[in-house]
Design a protein around this ligand. Sequence first.
Ligand code: AMP
Length: 287
Amino acid sequence: MRIVESAATVRALGEGTRGLVPTMGALHAGHLSLVEAARDQCDQVIMSIYVNPLQFDDADDLARYPRDLDGDVARAEAAGVDILYLPSPQNMFSQPPLTTVTVAEVTEHMEGEHRPGHFTGVATIVTKLLASLRPDRSYFGRKDHQQLVMVRTLVADLSLPGEVVACPIVRDPDGLAISSRNVFIEDRDRALTLWGGLAAAADAVEDGERDGRRLTGIVAGSLEVDSVDYVTLASQARAQPLTRLDRPAFLAVAARVGPVRLIDNLPIDMVGELFVPDRGVIAGWGT
Ligand code: AMP
């Protein structure tokens, strides 16, 4: 594995089809599942690790974001990453950027409403990564479903390079969606109520429930948390709230449990006329 600090070097090392896995490090099985998908589909896997200050709406959250560079290098190498792109902040931006990228509509609700500026920070850095590294494919997790909708929109609107590939949510065996922030969880039972609610909603969808309010009610009624930011059924195409499940959607929840803000969602895909909830995959079982 080559460790590289400049985008030009990443491009010069490129051979064959190139898959990019953008991350903020503190690597876990969710990130590594994206690497595995990229390895299956591309000749070369590039992973970027950059804790992007632009996307943090809270300075404390940025300061305490978990960082483990030595562990990340070992995990990336073991997972089969060919090029690890580790730009320093100065390397990424020689001066604070005067240009930012904002994607309208798809960022209006849910995370966009509760984390002002967050999506502009993500869109700006994703634009920069795709424009400077020019991968053939880039890999994003359904864990951050609204972000995925935004990235798809951004890539289509600005004709950015590469096909966007969506990967399933990787969960711990008890169902908790894996996240770098899970190290801060103090009460796992209460954190697990997000997945408990989504799993109950998945059962209801399979039993024919299509009413948006009843589906969000199932999730909200299961939560044992300190505060709820939102429970929303949204369209996969535009991340707009839905009153009825009548198209591909995701049922998303964000809540605080003690010191940690958790997000999770249940993608609901359409296979022909059928609605199929995607419960994700369990870490270690084929990941
Ligand atoms: P992050 O390092 O949190 O910015 O995440 C980098 C990428 O990994 C994003 O595309 C995330 O959606 C994805 N990701 C994070 N956690 C998971 C997970 N549990 N399952 C699948 N993808 C994930």
